[in-house]
Design a protein around this ligand. Sequence first.
Ligand SMILES: *Cc1c(COP(=O)(O)O)cnc(C)c1O
Length: 405
Amino acid sequence: MTRVFDEDLSAGFGTRAIHAGQRPEPLAGAIMTPVYLTSTYVQDALGEHKGYEYARGKNPTREAFERNVAALEGGIHGFAFASGMGCLDSIMKLFRAGDHIICAENVYGGTFRLFDRILQHFGLAFTYVDTRDAQRVADAVRPNTRAILVETPTNPLMRITDLSAVASIARKAGALFIVDNTFASPYFQRPFAFGADLVYHSTTKYLNGHSDMIGGIAVVTDDELAAKLQFIQNAAGAVPGPFDAWLALRGTKTLHLRMRQHDANGRRIAEWLVEQVGPERVYYAGLPTHPQHDLAKRQMTGFGGMISVELDTRERAAHLLGRVKVFSLAESLGGVESLISHPASMTHASVPPEIRARLGITEGLVRLSCGVEEVDDLLADLERGFDAMPRAKGASSTREAVAAD
Ligand SMILES: *Cc1c(COP(=O)(O)O)cnc(C)c1O
């Protein structure tokens, strides 16, 4: 089982990011973990092997990455998967028909799609709850509730869930508390410190950070839970290839540096957007005007580069999306380059329109993944995007458009 090396847990974050989980390669002493491109391992004799039998079960490159992220999260065991969704699908194999799962209503669109369109048909029951209010989570608990799953901050509306409060509800209910930590990354939020049982990521995003692979990882602290996940990882086989594991491991080495810059750029851009459209139309947990800013500050040490902005109409959203040049129009997030997207028609198109409307994912909502470029270039780009912005009905300027409703 891929357990962190004990010494990896004591160093500071940036040191762990660079070194945890890795040892010089034994043949030549290569400082970088090789890409172990192999499907199988030669055994010394019948029943005698080096701990590696077949590469679905174990691969040294993958193990280094698993240890590394487990150490960053303050966990003990890591399990890498071929995608964030493959990871979540494997996590859900911990449960069985008849089990009930409470899920935050504002989760990643693909998470909702997996539950609603596939896993529901396998006898799992889901209740979607606005987890900003922990009492609603407590009220949704049933005798057969086996898990509570949240994402905080949420995508794209940056809603915050009180991790400690939900952890204690889960503990009382005997349910597993699962946290999708993709948005914050372990640099800014470590859910185990607040009572989570299982933390997972789309490593496609901040952990890899370079928009050049797809992957997922689950981290746990409990040995028994780890044994179950290891069994599922090997039995169901949604594993990443060694090259993707290597890319992601290279990515995590700079996680702390990138996150600091994402955060610095995110704060500046959020403040600039507030000047354009007013604080109530900018979703960023780092703004003192964010309704849950105090809670965010209690459980996060920074807020990263994800911002959403409400522009009121699809026409105005399209104006911005069509004019920016440094921000690229694309799904995904968390890479070094800045991206801009339209959640209603892109990432959240699979969420039924009536649910989108209830969640506040409107036609005028635009999501920014602020990269680590020079912030002045990003601001100039957005300036260009807001230039000659069509007016909202009945208004004479952008600002008045905001005041008008
Ligand atoms: C992207 C994403 C996922 C899905 O991960 P993939 O690697 O795309 O399969 C899950 N949760 C969140 C928050 C994400 O942003």
